[in-house]
Write a protein that binds this ligand. Structure first.
Ligand code: UD1
Length: 385
């Protein structure tokens, strides 16, 4: 059997690493029935810190093929990926294309594969935010509509697919593959020292009281267009963080290129750089982020993956969004996160509440570190139905 798996942007790398490991393990144990695997990187994320660093850290082999798509509008990224990926499919003629998550690579490659009559498997199927303003929601809907095999991370995703009329035999519950990566890397991350994480990644060089940082800090990630693309939304958020959060504790912000650019365009960059309790970092690696997450008093984030990791690690999480495709991570379902949107009053209220909370770990069903093997098993079993 020949499988092409696809990655494009940063959140894909943690999802593909355990899948590739599962293929290697299968090939070692079943030499008569080996899986031929080709890894395609669309090249959407190309900076060393957004891409190469993760391959190295997570032991992902170099991509066999890089489509070199780079930055651009959504139509440019999707269109260029489809044109390049179609050639790959015609040359390689795989039995399966495996896509993960919800980025532009997920959409482009699933559509292209279906048009070439190649089976598509979607890992992390069935997540729905209901928010059609999110490019990721469009990517999820199209990919799930087309995929032959829908591998779901939680039971709510199964319900979403059923409600859309998806045939039962296409849906398999495998658990959350991100948690495989978390478990595979937990030991390594916990051995990192916070001072080293900061020293290795500092963007605004300044002296700060390391002991005070280690005692209590907040962790921030923010990059979604809905938060950073409009000044009238982004500026009040930044003012709240600078004027209120940094009054209580240090705030560590590994900053995404999109957010950095917007701060500069909106004239907010100097204020952020000047604040002596704001520790700005370059985009950090997987282990560094896991290490900070393990000790943060609170996380403020608009990332989907961090909502999941915080739930398993028990870090109180304020999700800077009005909706989530990952309700299983919400406090009302036992998780660590609460939706606060981007309204400062609401964020302030929940922030003050969250400071009183202790860490509380939860593990939804099948978030057990063995999801990748179940994914591969479902693909191998498909034709035996
Ligand atoms: C993409 C994903 C999003 C994911 C995020 C994680 C889609 C639709 N969105 O959004 O789901 O949460 O990745 O990072 O696929 N840039 C660089 N260096 C890079 C890559 C990008 O400087 O290596 C810059 C680009 O020039 C662009 C900005 O960052 O201006 C945004 O990049 P883009 O790939 O368009 O989407 P993300 O916002 O990263």
């Amino acid at each position: 059997m020949k499988i092409i798996s696809v990655v494009g942007a940063r959140p894909n790398f943690m999802k593909i690493a355990p899948f590739i490991k599962a293929i290697k393990k299968h090939n070692n144990n079943h030499q008569e029935n080996e899986v031929e695997h080709i890894l395609v990187h669309t090249g959407q994320h190309y900076d060393d810190k957004m891409s190469k660093a993760f391959f190295k850290e997570l032991n992902i082999p170099d991509a066999d093929i890089n489509l070199g798509i780079g930055s651009g509008s959504h139509a440019e990224q999707v269109g260029n990926t489809m044109i390049a990926f179609e050639k790959v499919l015609r040359d390689e003629k795989p039995d399966w294309v495996v896509v993960v998550g919800d980025v532009n690579a997920t959409l482009s490659c699933s559509v292209t594969a279906k048009k070439e009559h190649i089976k598509v498997c979607h890992i992390e199927a069935g997540l729905r935010s209901g928010d059609m303003q999110m490019p990721e929601e469009i990517n999820r809907l199209v990919t799930d509509r087309l995929s032959d095999l829908l591998l779901t991370p939680d039971t709510m995703s199964i319900e979403n697919l059923r409600n859309e009329g998806t045939a039962e035999e296409r849906i398999k519950f495998v658990g959350n593959i991100m948690i495989d990566t978390l478990e595979n890397n937990r030991d390594k991350a916990s051995k990192l020292g916070i001072p080293d994480v900061l020293a290795d990644n500092l963007l605004n060089f300044r002296s700060f009281n390391l002991q005070a940082v280690e005692n209590i800090f907040a962790l921030l990630t923010m990059h979604r267009p809905s938060n950073v693309d409009k000044k009238e939304v982004f500026e009040p958020l930044i003012r709240f963080l600078l004027d209120e959060v940094t009054r209580d504790m240090y705030l560590i912000w590994p900053i995404h290129p999109r957010a950095q650019k917007q701060l500069k365009d909106f004239g907010l960059w100097d204020d952020v750089m000047k604040n002596d309790k704001m520790i700005l970092l370059h985009p950090i690696g997987y282990h560094a982020m896991l290490r900070l997450n393990m000790s943060a008093k609170v996380i403020l984030t608009d990332s989907g993956g961090l909502q999941e990791e915080s739930t398993v690690l028990g870090t109180p999480c304020l999700t800077l969004r009005w909706n989530t495709e990952r309700p299983v991570t919400l406090r009302e379902y036992g998780g660590a996160s609460v939706l606060v949107g981007n309204n400062v009053e609401r964020i302030r209220k929940e922030y003050n509440e969250v400071l009183k909370l202790e860490r509380k770990k939860t593990r939804p069903p099948l978030w057990d570190g063995n999801t990748a093997e179940r994914c591969l098993r479902e693909i191998l079993a498909y034709f035996k139905i």
